[in-house]
Design a protein around this ligand. Sequence first.
Ligand SMILES: O=C(O)CCC(=O)C(=O)O
Ligand SMILES: [Fe+2]
Length: 221
Amino acid sequence: MFLKIKQLLTAAEVARLDEISRDLKFVDGRATNPANQTKLNQQADPADPKYAESVQIVNAAFARSREFMDFAMPKRVAPPLLSRYEPGMKYGAHADAALIPLGNARLRSDLSCTVFISDPSSYEGGELAINIGNQRIPFKGAPGEAIVYPSTTLHEVIPVRSGQRLVSITFIESLIVDQHQRMQVYELNDIAAMEGTTMRWENRVRLDVVRQNLMRMWSTT
Ligand SMILES: O=C(O)CCC(=O)C(=O)O
Ligand SMILES: [Fe+2]
């Protein structure tokens, strides 16, 4: 359901993103969601040349993360966006847009991801709170840590009370639209990865047939 990636970014990448954020131009977060009165944050201005470097750093981290690739089965990843919250800023409970403009095309958001950059001890409040059933689950990660969660949830960023919260956020279109189907394939793939070398070969091959057939049935390529 959720994937926490302990060290998506290296310490050097965290430091570089922090440095970039100091010179980068930030704009009102409502630029990408003008209808939401509860969105009060700052986002990197895509027109600023330094923005491209921040995108490249986070994209490269996703691409090399085995955990991310296995869990998300990404087809397309939207350019990760640096977002900043100063005291009093927040993003009220909301649904992520199903279709996100990506050049001339649109990306369907199946999964959302927050990559934490600021040290959690440097700011108060600012948790990402995700509603699942009647539970509200707060996340506040260490620098370089990422949380990947279904875009289908109602979620919010709690107001920051002091300090500054810098994160990079993105949306992922998965090869498998349906969360439940995706998790079944993920489980089978994980079992094959862990037990595949110790299983009897005939059974390993049968497991592979099932895994590949489910992917064939459910993926949209
Ligand atoms: O800042 C975050 O952790 C998440 C922000 C968010 O929900 C969004 O941009 O849609
Ligand atoms: Fe969101």
